[in-house]
Design a protein around this ligand. Sequence first.
Ligand code: NAP
Length: 233
Amino acid sequence: MELKGKTALITGASKGLGKEIALRFASEGCNLILNSRGKDSLERVAEECKRMCIFCETFAGDITENRTIDSLSEISKRKGLDILFNNAGMIIIQPSEKNTDKEMRDIFALNVLAHINLTQKLIPLLKERGEAQIVNIISNSGLEGRPNMSLYCSTKFALRGYTDSLRKEVNKHGIKVLGVYPGGIRTNLFDEIKDYNMSGFMDPKEVAQIIVDACKLSKGASVDDIVVNRTNK
Ligand SMILES: NC(=O)c1ccc[n+]([C@@H]2O[C@H](COP(=O)([O-])OP(=O)(O)OC[C@H]3O[C@@H](n4cnc5c(N)ncnc54)[C@H](OP(=O)(O)O)[C@@H]3O)[C@@H](O)[C@H]2O)c1
């Protein structure tokens, strides 16, 4: 897809991988609709993007809440939408017997249900375009289980199932569905985990570049899955 002049909606765009993807899309001349909960950090990213693209709208809100999904859908209808980036996410790292009921609900609400909810609302818009792209940021934790990450891995396996099924459903409408499975990336994801060792983690800029390049393929070619691993595991 030629990215210049297209419009992409990115959730979790204020930090980490989402921020780098937003900046790369903007540098390709792609217009943006950006979301995260924190307004100030989101506006800072939008200011940078606006120097490179025609418009960059922001909506600060929690995507586990229906009113945020409704607002993002309304903006997308008004602006048009070519690319949906389901990126926002959280992690919990602890022995499985410590997982509380609230933690279970919160992580599934964000890492799985919010993405499905937003995608379902936007599929009709994407179908209208004739050529569109959905990108789901999963994780290599959606490919294999890990100790102390049972909840995180469960959500990523669930999103993988949704991604693979959706692709088979919407490809015929000109919508490509890309599942992205990165290993450790140096982002803010681990901020709340005490003394988490991120040495050897990948640069989010490099991972973002690979994803944006995949979106640039012509209508006749599709990358279905991207696995990006760090070399020094
Ligand atoms: N970092 C890694 O090693 C790694 C590896 C594989 C996959 N991933 C995946 O990559 C994706 C991006 O993570 P990241 O590593 O870039 O983490 P990050 O730096 O923590 O960024 C997460 C983004 O999501 C936003 N967010 C969090 N909760 C939200 C909510 N309820 N509603 C709306 N926005 C919300 C955050 O902003 P606010 O806090 O302001 O809302 C932030 O912009 C996640 O799906 C993660 O699972 C990360």
